[in-house]
Design a protein around this ligand. Structure first.
Ligand code: IVH
Length: 694
C-alpha cells in the first residue's frame, strides 16, 4: 500500500487524488506538483512500480522548476527539484555521528553461526532466541538524519565515529525520501542503511564510462562509493544509486520500536526503502535455513549481496548483550563463500612486514575474481606453502572474500607441469640481508634486522604510524614513505616531524601544494590522544583496543613507561604474551628515545591524572537526552567516561542515571516510568565534583 502522506499534502484518503489546482494559484500548484512528483518517485524508486511514463514525469518536473524559478519564495528544501545536484565548493566536511556506526563480526561456516547462537542464548539465559534476518548488501553504509521529518544531513560511516558529509549527493538518490511520510515525525531520527548500485545500473554506467573513455567500475560497491564521493553532485545525480534502510542511530521524540523487525516495518511506513527479503526466525536452525534460501535466490537478485545478517530481534535483548570493540554482540554477518578463480603461479616471493614477519606471496597471472583483478595472493607462511604444496608453475585456485587479501586455496594436481619448482624459504631477508629466524613456537619466520637495519620494517612501521587509526596523517601514503626511506631522508617516525617543505616538494609525484598539505597534516597529527599514540608505536600484539585499554588504565604515558610486567597484567584483556611484548618494547632504549623525540617534536595529548582510587562512576551507566544548557553531548559523555562511567543510547532497567536537558523526549518518560534517577546538567556536574574532592 502506498502511504497517504507526501511532503506538503493534506490528504486524508490514500486513494483520493487531491483536486488539481491550475496555474492561477502558484502556491497551490507548486504544492500539488511536488506531491505528484514525490508520489511518482516513490512508486518508481521504492516500490519498483512506475505510475506514469517518464515523459509525463519530466513534463511535471519542468513545470515545477519553471514555477520555482518565477516564484523563488515557493522553493522548499524537500522539493523534488532539489535532487539534481550542484558543484560542491570543497571536500566533504567531517560529521561526528551521535551514536557510533558499528561494524559486524563475520561467520563463514555453519559452526560459526551455531556458536554465535550459543553465545547469544547463554548471554540472555534463554533457550530459543528470536532473530531478524536480512541481506548483507554490498555497498556503503550511510547515516541519514531526519529532523522533524525532513532530511537534513547524510554522512558516510567513515571510521565509525566520524564520517563525511555527503548530503548534497544523497539528495540525488531518488529512493531516499527528502521528507518522511508522516504527519507526526520524530524530532530526530538517524536512519542507517546501505547505499548501493543495482547490477543493471552498473552495467549501464560502465557502458557510458567506456564510451567516454573513462575508467570502468569493477563492482557495485566501488561504483556507489565513487559516485557518493563526487564533488560535483550533478554527476552523482546521473548515476542511479539505491538505498535500503537496516538500522537506527539517534532517535528522539518517538518511542524506539521494541524489535528490529518492528523498526523496519515502521521505516517502510515512513516511505523509506526496506528490503523485503527479510524474515523473523528462531534459533540457529532458523538462521541456517534463511541462509540457504537466500543463497539459492542470490543469482536472481538485482543487486549484489555478500552474505546475510542476523540480528537479535528484541531491542531490549540487544541492549542486554551490548558490544565488543566495534561490533555488537547481538548481530553477525554470515558471509557467502568467497569467490574463486583459476590462474597460474608465476613466482613466489617473500614480503617483509613491519614486525619483520616474512610472508610468502604468490605472483599470479592476472585473473578477475569477483570483479577485481588479482595479481598477488598471500600464502601466509612457509608451513602453509608446504602443507598446500604450492609450487611455481602450478595452476591454483585463488579466492577473495570482500576486502580480505586474496589467498591461494589449493593447486590443481592434474595441471602441475613437469618443471614445477618448489618454494625455497630464503635464509636472509631480501631487503636488508639480515638472517631470517623462526622461533620454535611460532609459525612465522622473521627478519632479525629490526627497523634499524631493515628498510621494509621501517616502511611498514612508518605506514602504520601515519595510518588513519594511529596518528592519522592524511596524504602520506605508500609511495611517499617508500621514497622517503629509500632516499634516506627519514629513518624514524620522529624524523617525519623534521621534514621540510623542499625535501617533500622535490619527491616524485609531489607538487608544492601536496607538499604543503602533507606538512599541514603532520602538524595537525601532533595533537592526538594517548591511545592513538600508543597504537601508533606499533608494539607487537598491541592493537587499537589494547592501546585504548592501556591509555585508560594508566592515564598518562609516564605511568605506562614505568609499568612492570605484573602491573601490565592488571590491565583488562592483557595476558602474559602481550605484557611481555610491551615491556620488552619499552625497555629498548631505541624505542624510549623515539618516544622522547616525538614528544620533543610537539606530539601531545590531553593527560589524565591516574587515580589509584577506583573511578567514581565505575559500573554506572548514564543516558543523555535533550539539550543541556552548557555542555554538548560529547562533552558530557567525555566527563562521564573520564570518571569511569558508561554512556548508553537508550534507557533500560540497567540505567543508573538519565541526564536530561531541554526538550528531552521519550527517554525521560521511560526513565520516570522505570523509576531511574534523573539529573540535570548542574546535578551531574555536582556529582562529578563531589567525587573529585573525595
Ligand atoms: S548492520 C550494528 N545490516 O556491513 C551493526 N550492516 O560489517 C551495523 N551491511 O558497515 C551494521 N548490509 O556497510 C548491517 N543488513 C545489514 C547490512 C550491513 C550491509 C554493511 C554495512 C556495515 C557493514 C558491517
Amino acid at each position: 500500500m502506498q502511504p497517504d502522506l507526501f511532503s506538503t499534502a493534506s490528504q486524508t484518503d490514500a486513494n483520493a487524488k487531491p483536486e488539481e489546482p491550475d496555474a492561477s494559484n502558484p502556491p497551490a500548484r507548486a504544492a500539488w506538483l511536488r506531491d505528484e512528483l514525490n508520489r511518482h518517485n516513490y512508486a518508481y524508486h521504492v516500490l519498483d512500480n512506475p505510475s506514469i511514463p517518464d515523459a509525463e514525469y519530466d513534463k511535471l518536473f519542468r513545470e515545477l522548476q519553471a514555477l520555482e524559478a518565477a516564484h523563488p519564495e515557493l522553493l522548499v528544501v524537500d522539493s523534488p527539484t532539489q535532487r539534481v545536484g550542484a558543484l560542491a565548493l570543497s571536500a566533504f566536511p567531517q560529521v561526528t555521528h551521535s551514536v557510533p556506526m558499528l561494524s559486524l563480526g563475520n561467520g563463514f561456516e555453519d559452526e560459526d553461526i551455531i556458536a554465535f547462537d550459543r553465545r547469544v542464548s547463554e548471554g540472555l539465559n534463554i533457550t530459543e532466541v528470536e532473530y531478524a534476518t536480512e541481506l548483507k548488501f554490498d555497498g556503503l553504509a550511510i547515516n541519514l538524519r531526519y529532523e522533524d521529518g525532513v532530511l537534513v544531513e547524510a554522512a558516510t560511516r567513515g571510521d565509525g565515529a566520524t564520517g563525511e558529509n555527503v548530503t548534497t549527493n544523497i539528495r540525488t538518490v531518488r529512493a531516499i525520501p527528502l521528507r518522511l511520510h508522516t504527519k507526526t515525525p520524530p524530532k530526530v531520527l538517524d536512519v542507517r542503511g546501505e547505499v548501493m548500485m543495482y547490477k543493471a545500473d552498473l552495467a549501464k554506467l560502465n557502458a557510458r564510462q567506456r564510451d567516454a573513455g573513462a575508467k570502468e567500475f569493477a563492482n557495485p560497491r566501488n561504483a556507489a562509493a565513487g559516485s557518493l564521493r563526487q564533488l560535483d553532485s550533478r554527476i552523482t545525480a546521473q548515476r542511479t544509486l539505491r538505498f535500503f534502510a537496516y538500522g537506527v542511530g539517534l532517535l528522539e521524540g518517538a518511542e524506539m520500536p521494541v524489535s528490529h523487525s518492528a523498526l523496519l516495518d515502521w521505516y517502510a511506513e515512513l516511505g523509506l526503502p526496506v528490503c523485503t527479503e527479510r524474515a523473523v526466525v528462531k534459533g540457529a536452525a532458523g538462521l541456517l535455513e534463511f541462509y540457504k534460501a537466500v543463497g539459492q535466490k542470490r543469482p536472481g537478485l538485482p543487486y549484489e549481496i555478500d552474505g546475510v545478517v542476523y540480528k537479535v530481534n528484541s531491542v531490549e535483548q540487544q541492549q542486554q548483550l551490548g558490544f565488543v570493540s566495534r561490533a555488537p554482540r547481538y548481530a553477525i554477518a554470515h558471509k557467502f563463500p568467497a569467490e574463486e578463480a583459476l590462474t597460474t603461479v608465476q613466482g613466489i616471493e617473500v614480503q617483509v612486514g613491519r614486525t619483520g614477519a616474512i610472508t610468502p606471496v604468490a605472483r599470479l597471472a592476472p585473473v578477475l575474481v569477483g570483479g577485481v583483478t588479482v595479481t598477488n595472493a598471500t600464502l601466509h607462511n612457509e608451513d602453509e606453502v608446504r602443507r598446500k604444496d604450492i609450487q611455481i608453475g602450478d595452476t591454483v585456485i585463488v579466492r577473495r572474500a570482500g576486502d580480505v587479501i586474496p589467498e591461494v586455496v589449493a593447486y590443481v594436481p592434474e595441471k602441475r607441469p613437469a618443471d614445477a619448482q618448489p618454494f625455497v624459504m630464503p635464509t636472509a631477508c631480501p631487503v636488508c640481508n639480515s638472517p631470517i629466524v623462526k622461533l620454535e613456537d611460532e609459525a612465522i619466520a622473521r627478519c632479525s634486522g629490526g627497523w634499524v637495519k631493515c628498510a621494509a620494517q621501517r616502511k611498514g612501521g612508518l605506514l602504520h604510524f601515519v595510518s588513519r587509526r594511529a596518528m592519522d596523517v592524511e596524504g602520506l601514503g605508500d609511495q611517499l614513505v617508500e621514497q622517503l626511506v629509500d632516499k634516506h631522508i627519514i629513518t624514524t617516525a620522529a624524523d617525519l616531524y623534521k621534514l621540510g617543505f623542499r625535501a617533500l616538494a622535490e619527491l616524485d609525484r609531489m607538487a608544492d601544494k601536496s607538499a604543503q598539505n602533507v606538512l599541514a597534516a603532520l602538524e595537525k597529527s601532533k595533537s592526538t590522544t594517548l591511545a592513538r599514540f600508543i597504537y601508533a608505536l606499533g608494539i607487537r600484539h598491541v592493537g587499537e583496543a589494547t592501546a585504548k585499554e592501556l591509555a585508560r588504565h594508566f592515564g598518562n604515558l609516564e605511568a605506562l613507561l614505568q609499568a612492570s610486567e605484573e602491573q601490565l597484567l592488571e590491565v583488562a584483556d592483557i595476558g602474559p604474551v602481550v605484557a611481555q611484548s610491551i615491556r620488552s618494547f619499552l625497555s629498548d632504549p631505541l624505542n624510549t628515545e623515539l618516544i622522547e623525540q616525538l614528544q620533543a617534536a610537539g606530539v601531545r595529548w590531553p593527560e589524565h591524572v591516574v587515580e589509584n582510587k577506583p573511578k567514581p562512576f565505575a559500573g554506572k551507566t548514564f543516558v543523555l537526552t535533550g539539550t543541556l544548557p552548557t555542555l554538548s553531548r560529547d562533552q558530557a559523555a567525555e566527563k562521564i567516561e573520564a570518571a569511569g562511567g558508561k554512556v548508553a543510547g537508550s534507557v533500560s532497567k540497567k540505567t543508573s542515571y538519565v541526564v536530561a536537558g531541554a526538550e528531552a523526549g521519550s527517554k525521560l518518560a521511560k526513565a520516570e516510568e522505570l523509576g531511574i534517577a534523573i539529573l540535570d546538567e548542574s546535578a551531574l556536574l555536582q556529582l562529578l565534583e563531589t567525587h573529585e574532592q573525595n
